[in-house]
Design a protein around this ligand. Structure first.
Ligand code: PA5
Length: 430
């Protein structure tokens, strides 16, 4: 039984969903038989069965070996080689974890200000470094890694630095693989048939998660469970496909933007991960829904006005968490100087829940904004693994419904060409 619930009743389109059954069945077969556009990158579909158990064990052993012996993990990567790990670590551990290492992200910007702040921050710390790049040539990541490697070698000496640097990259090719082999870094494989934004359940996401103290076996189990639960073309039984169909219906009704909303700050990076997943999968051939995100109630005090009364271009997808794990009871105050005693004894999650209900009604009924609601049980590693598979399937289904290859990103190369020319990179003279 699926642990994620999907509710389209606040979008007023649920009666239109069943009409897509035949189309969904056709695409479901295409996904599982790997016959659609970009089928070389459908490795994530049966990844739960194919996942290399030895590699999983190596990651767990490495994490165990270093447990309690370092205080800072630097994860160096960008895009699909960055967002999933960060989304997982922040969702599962929270933004201010009481245990485990601090996790810092680099290699995702050219900002010299940011990079020098990171290098200063690392002074005097006990650091491990995981560099992640499938191609091994991504400039943001490679440049940052050059500087971080220098820092590690100067701080720990070349021998010790080698033990503290881990490379996640292609199994055989690329500059990073060559460097890792030459230097003797422990290296982990990004499978050929899984693209960056679908790669979080490979060592791309699992190694940083393990080093951060997360139970990756539970995350993998979540991924395994969703792969089983959603291995059905029956729309009524497959909420990820229902979500994909709703996106298609709303797109056709002229909604050109989707606001991914959470009520939990520690899901902010999950929203960034989702944005890449749907935006890079779908935004091509002049098509696609613009993905945007907001954290409520924070952003109700900024974007709320536009959503309520601005131009009617967007629908919302709200990701709700049933059991946030930690809760606080609002204390009573003898003076009641702030007039909040009407909430005394209530818990803060209940207040957050009422904010959700009130906002849903305001946006849907008064604002005329369609709302889709997805519910996850908690912030656990199992739930994270589960929701990854859920959104992968939804993204692939939406793209195929739209007639788009979900797995390429030809547009991303254009800025690189211009930039390489301006940087004087050999081979990019014109
Ligand atoms: O989804 C993608 O393919 C991209 O976001 C890549 O993951 C990103 O550009 C990083 O590429 P690489 O892992 O080759 O450094």
């Amino acid at each position: 039984m699926t642990i994620m619930k999907f509710d389209a009743t606040h979008a007023g389109i649920q009666e239109q969903i069943p009409a897509y059954q035949a189309e969904v069945s056709r695409i479901h077969r295409m996904i599982h038989e790997k016959t659609g556009a970009g089928s070389d990158f459908l490795g994530w579909v049966d990844w739960a069965e194919r996942l290399d158990r030895d590699e999983l064990q190596r990651m767990q052993q490495l994490a165990q070996q270093w447990k309690g012996k370092f205080d800072t993990l630097v994860v160096c990567g960008i895009g699909g080689s960055y967002l999933g790990a960060r989304a997982a670590i922040e969702m599962i551990r929270g933004l201010y974890p009481e245990t485990g290492p601090e996790v810092i992200f680099a290699g995702n910007t050219f900002s010299s200000t940011y990079m020098s702040q990171v290098l200063k921050h690392l002074q005097g710390r006990n650091v491990l470094l995981n560099v992640i790049s499938k191609s091994g040539t991504t400039t943001e990541t490679a440049l940052a890694f050059r500087m971080l490697r220098r820092f590690m070698e100067e701080t720990y000496g070349p021998e010790e630095a080698r033990k503290r640097i881990f490379a996640t990259t292609d199994k055989a090719r690329g500059t990073l693989k060559e460097l890792a082999d030459r230097e003797g870094y422990a290296s982990f494989v990004i499978p050929d048939d899984i693209g960056g934004r679908y790669s979080v359940m490979t060592p791309v996401g699992l190694l940083p998660m393990a080093l951060a103290g997360i139970d990756i076996q539970a995350a993998v189990q979540g991924y395994r469970d969703v792969s089983e639960d959603l291995n059905t073309d029956d729309l009524a039984a497959n909420p990820a496909y229902q979500y994909a169909v709703c996106r298609r219906i709303l797109d056709q009704k002229g909604y050109t933007a989707e606001m991914f909303v959470t009520y939990e700050p520690q899901l902010g990076m999950l929203a960034e991960w989702w944005k890449q997943l749907v935006g890079e999968s779908e935004g091509k051939d002049g098509k696609g829904i613009l993905p945007d995100s907001a954290t409520f109630s924070t952003d109700l005090h900024s974007l709320g006005q536009f959503i309520q009364q601005g131009r009617k271009v967007l629908f919302e997808t709200v990701l709700q968490v049933q059991e946030p794990g930690e809760n606080l009871i609002i204390p009573s105050d003898a003076d009641n100087g702030d007039n909040l005693n009407y909430l005394a004894g209530r818990d803060l999650h209940w207040v957050n829940q009422k904010a959700f209900e009130g906002t849903l009604a305001a946006h849907e009924q008064d604002g005329g904004v369609p709302n889709l609601v997805i519910e996850i049980p908690d912030f656990s590693a199992h739930t994270f693994g589960y929701l990854c598979g859920w959104f992968f399937l939804a993204a692939a289904m939406t793209c195929y419904l739209l007639g788009i290859n979900p797995f390429n990103q030809p547009g991303v190369e254009i800025y690189k060409k211009n930039m390489f020319h301006l940087l004087g990179k050999p081979g990019y003279e014109k």
